[in-house]
Design a protein around this ligand. Sequence first.
Ligand SMILES: [Zn+2]
Length: 237
Amino acid sequence: MTIYERLLDVQDVDTTIEQVEHQRSVLPLRAEHAEVARRHGELSTRRGEIAAERDALRRSQQRLEDEVEQLESKRAREEKAMNSGAVTNPRELQGLQAEVESLARRQRELEDEELEIMEALEPLDADVARLDGELASLATELERLEVAVADADAALAAQLEELRSERSSRSGSLPADVLADYEKLRAQLGGIAIARLADGTCGGCHLRLSAVEIDRIRHLPLDERVTCEECGRLLVR
Ligand SMILES: [Zn+2]
């Protein structure tokens, strides 16, 4: 095996490493996880808004209930006074009667308001319950995806580790200047520094070399450094 054939083996494993690194960085599961997390965040905000609206209504409902309770006990006191026989003055009795009626009216008004609030609360409670259900299933989905992302990432990391050790065993015995040349060309030529020359065509740029160049190369020793006249990549014959 010539130095350049061994270098081509290094190139092969480097190309695979690049592909696996790319796979790892664009993991579709990660995008899926991000999408589910975004949706979870959106619904969670929505739930917060509806719950705040519902809680404000519940506070109003509580205030009305307290007020109704106060009115009721006041009315009970007045009715008791009215029926106790202690008040005999007809005008005073009439006054009490009017007061009791007015309290009852006010109570009915408040109770109507309370009913309206309860009706408004119903769909809000239903929305919060529905969102809670959706959020719970999204949370489960997120957990599942987190595990799946971690598993896929770990599998690719293990694969990379293996490839890197393969790479160092393939490149270990190559001369430092050949490797430096290779790395420099890789940086300049989109990661591919060396290709096979087959049927007079460069495997890197897929262009055909001139007949003169092919003839010149044919007469060179196999370990001689040869580059493609079109793309500048090292050629393995
Ligand atoms: Zn080329």
